[in-house]
Design a binder for this molecule. Structure first.
Ligand code: AMP
Length: 509
């Protein structure tokens, strides 16, 4: 199975169906012809199977077509986050040894700067620009044969990371199959012709995975740049059957329209995940959108591993509230184990490192045998996430191994504290970190962002923590900030928060 196989399947059966919506949208039939022509053209530019093709694009249908054309040509796409700076791109182009760059107009300047001196073909999505070849300007039909491609790697994906230097995860074509199998089996499907709304950056693994799933079903993708208003309008549009958000996006949508009644336009399901979510947000989401909810836990290196199904959400909202703190149970054909520092399975309820194995697991980090060996040990992929499993098999996350705070010699999981603070009305975001401290080793500090107009103060936060948590877990300090640093998926960059707070702490008398 290769990334473009679902495209070809539907192009043969239902060529008239749209694969992408909007003014630049195309049908499966057109997309099949265009991607074949582009694949041949990549070959004419000198790209050979296994070569790296850098792709830094905003959410545009041609980003999908580029991925599929690269797949046909046997190229390994290097998706680059569209929010990066020129110097980041320069590092990735060199690190991946990219042979051509595809970009959208908003990224063109940064990419030009990054590619300076590298003599790479520059290929533009959706527009025209001197020095760039416009992909849409390439001839659409071609007599030449497609290259014979036997490259198992589909993507070299730099992990978005919340802890430091990015790693280049090598992901196979075959690794995408189990995701669609799992989601279809759990009922997260589309009928051919239905629309999938995606406001996540398609350059991130979650975006590509979801697009692949939509193609697998013969659906059309509606790629968008997120704003609460646009997303609210989209999920109420007839034909839009499914959507994916990260929790921050849902929060913003509910803030923008807190009292809108559910739409009966046809939205059947919402998949959320990627970051911790508060139970109250889950309840509000179901009430507001009237759609089935799925949550998944996954990462770049091991795609989607668990599912909290609509039935789980029903049980949770019907009284088994603890389930809302869970990311669900292992998905079909996905082995998950919780291992201790000596690679032994931990007991039910105990905390261990979440490890997984199966076809969904990546092949290693490009050019980085050390970190590959650390991550892929004894047949398991070590996620770096801490978790526990209850007697029914539900997985609970306890944060990243490297986010754990050792304060006064005791390990504290910041996520537990964040859950308590995140439930306080008037708190929009929270990050709990350990700041260097002479007495405690690490002092627990909560960085919070209040919602506009909120009157929540430090004392209330501390009181709430005291009422719910053991004394040693109560933050020593609560710092109110205007915003928290986020990565492109909306995840809080904890190491940046920690550095910021440590810097202010040192500066303070
Ligand atoms: P990335 O590789 O950038 O996709 O980040 C993956 C990380 O996001 C995981 O290792 C988790 O720490 C976090 N994550 C993924 N899914 C969830 C979820 N459903 N709830 C909470 N955190 C999640």
């Amino acid at each position: 199975m290769r990334l473009h196989d679902p495209l070809e399947y539907w192009a043969r059966r239902r060529p008239e169906l749209r694969v992408a919506t909007g003014p630049d949208g195309v049908s499966y039939g057109e997309a099949s012809a265009v991607t074949s022509a582009w694949a041949v053209r990549f070959g004419e530019l000198g790209l050979r199977p296994g070569d790296r093709l850098a792709l830094a694009s905003a959410n545009h249908p041609d980003a999908v077509l580029t991925l599929l054309a690269a797949s046909k040509a046997g190229l390994v796409t290097v998706p680059l986050n569209p929010r990066l700076r020129a110097e980041d791109y320069a590092g990735f182009l060199r690190d991946s040894d990219a042979r051509a760059v595809v970009g959208s107009p908003s990224r063109a300047e940064a990419l030009e700067e990054a590619a300076e001196g590298l003599d790479l073909p520059l290929l533009l999505i959706g527009g025209e620009r001197p020095g760039w070849q416009a992909l849409r300007g390439w001839p659409r039909d071609t007599e030449a044969a497609l290259p014979v491609a036997a490259e198992p790697i589909a993507l070299q994906s730099y992990t978005s990371g919340t802890t430091g230097r990015p790693k280049a995860a090598l992901l196979t074509h075959d690794g995408f199959v189990p995701v669609s199998v799992r989601w279809s089996q759990a009922g997260m499907r589309f009928e051919p012709g239905e629309v999938f709304y995606l406001p996540l950056p398609i350059m991130l693994m979650a975006g590509i995975m979801m697009v692949q799933h939509a193609l697998w079903c013969g659906a059309a993708v509606e790629l968008d740049e997120f704003s609460p208003e646009r997303a609210l309008a989209a999920v109420r549009r007839p034909g839009v059957a499914g959507a994916t958000f990260v929790p921050t996006m849902i929060h913003m949508m509910l803030e923008a329209a807190p009292d809108t009644p559910p739409s009966d336009a046809g939205l059947r399901w919402i998949l959320y995940g990627g970051a911790p979510v508060s139970p109250s947000l889950v309840g509000r989401t179901r009430d507001a959108f009237g759609a089935k909810l799925f949550q998944s836990y996954g990462c770049t290196e091991a795609s989607a591993m668990t599912l909290l199904t609509p039935e789980d959400h029903d049980r949770a909202l019907g009284g088994a509230e603890h389930l809302l703190g869970s990311v669900g149970r292992a998905a079909l054909d996905c082995e998950i184990a919780l291992l201790d520092a000596e690679d032994r399975p931990v007991a039910v309820g105990e905390i261990g490192e979440i490890c997984s194995r199966g076809t969904h697991v990546f092949q290693g980090y490009a050019g980085d045998p050390d970190r590959t060996a650390q991550a892929l040990r004894a047949g398991w992929y070590r996620t770096g996430d801490l978790g526990s499993v209850d007697a029914d098999g539900y997985l609970y996350l306890h944060g990243r191994k490297d986010h754990m705070i050792t304060s006064g010699g005791i390990n504290v999981h910041p996520e537990e504290i964040e859950r308590v603070i995140g439930e306080i009305p008037g708190i929009a975001q929270v990050a709990v970190v350990g700041v260097p401290d002479e007495r405690w080793g690490r002092r627990i500090v909560a960085a919070v962002v209040a919602t506009p107009g909120s009157t929540v103060g430090e004392q209330l936060v501390v009181d709430r923590c005291r009422a719910t948590l053991a004394a040693y877990k109560v933050p020593r300090e609560v710092v109110f900030l205007d915003a928290l640093p986020l990565n492109a998926t909306g995840k809080i960059l904890k190491h940046v928060v920690r550095e910021q707070l440590a810097a202010t702490a040192v500066a303070a008398p």
